[in-house]
Write a protein that binds this ligand. Structure first.
Ligand SMILES: [Zn+2]
Length: 266
């Protein structure tokens, strides 16, 4: 009886907490000059700080789009790719090569050549299965929000060069735009996939609110390009961009300091 009463009062307290209006904006994050951040909590309200609405090349975050488009297929087939650092005229983010990678490792370590190799295989399969028009439509359905009007009209799947895998400025986003895309319910399954691929098995299985992260090096090519980090913990999603000249390691360290450090202090 006693235990029952305690559980009931606990339950009521939980229910009262859940019903309390959570509308207060998050505390201002401790950003350094030139950093920008967009974040969304469980209610998916988007908050932005710094130049979070300013667009730039999205760099290796195009891998998140590829993972949304084909990740389930690539994962279920347990595809692997042997990266030697170069494939024809293309260079990987690690000039020495990543060795043999699966999807999780390619995403974690920014193995652009693996994504390029797998994407080309997939594109060939779509063209055979559905024809050129539907194959193109299938791909652009995912990529269009980040393409603007930069892709010339053509038939079939576009030429899958380095601009689809982390270089140049064909694919562009602002931290806010990328965050809004991630927070869209249409991406729920993709976000679950990122979490699964980017967390260790133990964290994924046993820590419901473990933080997953992905960082992106500055995109190659013209103009000022910047390092980014994106991550989430089941409650919060955030996208952070560092000033030009920063590395992807710095982006990850700053993301952890601002997002995870702030959460740990509460
Ligand atoms: Zn590689």
């Amino acid at each position: 009886m006693w235990i029952g009463a305690v559980s009931l009062s606990g339950l009521l307290a939980t229910a009262a907490m859940a019903a309390a209006p959570p509308k207060a904006p998050p505390p201002r994050p401790a950003l350094l000059p030139g950093e920008s951040l967009a974040l969304a909590g469980p209610d998916m309200e988007v908050y932005r700080f710094g130049d979070a609405a300013l667009e730039g090349p999205m760099g290796a975050f195009s891998q998140l789009l590829w993972a949304k488009l084909e990740g389930a297929v690539w994962e279920s087939g347990v595809l692997s790719f042997k990266c030697t650092g170069a494939m024809g005229p293309f260079r990987c983010s690690n000039p020495k090569g990543h060795g043999r990678v699966d999807l999780a490792k390619a995403l974690r370590e920014d193995c652009r050549l693996a994504f390029m190799g797998w994407a080309r295989m997939s594109a060939q399969r779509w063209a055979e299965d559905y024809g050129d028009g539907p194959a193109r439509a299938r791909m652009l359905d995912v990529f269009q929000p980040f393409l603007g009007r930069r892709l010339p009209d053509a038939e079939g799947v576009p030429d899958l060069d380095a601009s689809w895998f982390g270089e140049g400025d064909l694919l562009r986003a602002s931290p806010e735009a990328l965050l809004r895309w991630l927070a869209d319910p249409a991406q729920e399954e993709a976000v679950r996939l990122y979490r699964r691929l980017l967390l260790s098995f133990m964290d994924e299985t046993f820590k419901e609110n473990a933080w997953w992260f992905k960082s992106a090096a500055p995109a190659g090519g013209a103009g000022a390009t910047q390092a980014w980090a994106v991550g989430g913990n089941g409650l919060v999603l955030a996208v952070m961009r560092l000033p030009p000249g920063s590395t992807r390691e710095e982006a990850l360290a700053r993301f952890k300091a601002v997002m995870v450090g702030a959460a740990a202090k509460k």
